[in-house]
Write a protein that binds this ligand. Structure first.
Ligand code: FMN
Length: 192
């Protein structure tokens, strides 16, 4: 698969094969991929907390919020929940440059997961008090982003932007998840 095809397949996934859990070795492989990503000043200040199955995984799931745009869906049902999480930690006093590192690491792991048939959802909507407590985040660090993973169960597709410009994603009657993306002509600000 070339990179554009991989990027197209790497849609956010929110329903998983919960009976086919990812293990710690799978999560370590994802962090191996993130380890090779660019880092501002090559400072590599990010750290990663890995959560595979079990009680901590269930507790962490309950502290995350999924698909705010799907108003009639409260998040993945039992049997379709993520089987693993990676929390990306950044220094509490981290500057904007570190935020770029977080995004690069997150997307690297999402693409890596997709390459193995796994799904990923980046989650910034989580309990910012309870999650650091649950994961015993080292002092001086904060949770920047939580990524949920599992074997992908749902079909996701890119859609053209609707005429009204609404960028909200939606799910059709067959349960397929559609994600509108702007076209190239809208994105290119200038050509010189
Ligand atoms: C920084 C960031 C934070 C996100 N936080 C959440 C979240 O808290 N809950 C959620 O369900 N999806 C979250 N998402 C997923 C977005 O909703 C998703 O990327 C968007 O709908 C576009 O879909 P796509 O990833 O398939 O292109 C987040 C994505 C990013 C990049």
């Amino acid at each position: 698969m070339d990179l554009k095809a991989l990027a197209e397949a790497a849609r956010t996934c929110r329903r998983f094969e919960e009976d086919r859990p990812l293990g710690m070795a799978d999560l370590e492989w994802l962090v191996e991929c993130a380890r090779l990503a660019p880092s501002a000043r090559n400072a590599q200040t990010l750290r990663f907390t890995l959560v595979s199955q079990g009680e901590t995984c269930q507790k962490l799931f309950s502290l995350t919020r999924w698909a705010g745009a799907l108003k009639d869906w409260g998040g993945p049902h039992p049997g379709e929940r993520p089987t693993a999480f990676i929390a990306i930690l950044m220094p509490e006093n981290g500057n904007n440059l570190v935020c770029f590192d977080v995004g690069i690491a997150a997307q690297t792991m999402q693409l890596a997961a997709t390459s193995r048939g796994w799904g990923c959802c980046m989650i910034q909507s989580f309990d910012r008090t309870a999650v650091p407590e649950l994961l015993k985040i080292p002092s001086g660090m904060q949770v920047a982003l939580v990524l949920g993973f599992g074997v992908a169960k749902e079909t996701r597709r890119i859609a053209p932007m609707p005429a009204d410009g609404s960028f909200a994603y939606w799910r059709d009657a067959q349960g397929v998840h559609h994600v509108p993306k702007r076209g190239l002509s809208e994105l290119v600000a200038a050509r010189y």
